[in-house]
Design a protein. Structure first.
Length: 81
């Protein structure tokens, strides 16, 4: 069994305030055959895009299409032979 975590923070523009993006991700992996040949992974991610007023944002694109929170759940199967 394997447990992992990751944190990301991004400030796309130092000229515009309050448009930061951050995300937190956790992963739980299980070696089904007790080797690296078959691994089942469950991953959960939570991200948040802040946004200033659109007039202040100008030509700076946001990472997400809309400001706010995004959640992502992934199940992954790795098979090696």
């Amino acid at each position: 069994m394997d447990i992992a975590a990751r944190f990301n923070w991004l400030n796309p523009s130092t000229d515009v305030g309050n448009e930061n993006f951050y995300s937190v991700e956790g992963q739980l992996a299980y070696d089904a055959m007790h080797t690296q040949n078959l691994v089942v992974k469950a991953r959960y991610g939570l991200g948040h895009q802040s946004a200033p007023a659109m007039a202040a944002l100008g030509p700076v694109p946001l990472i997400l299409s809309t400001p706010g929170r995004i959640q992502l759940f992934t199940i992954q199967l790795n098979l090696a032979f």
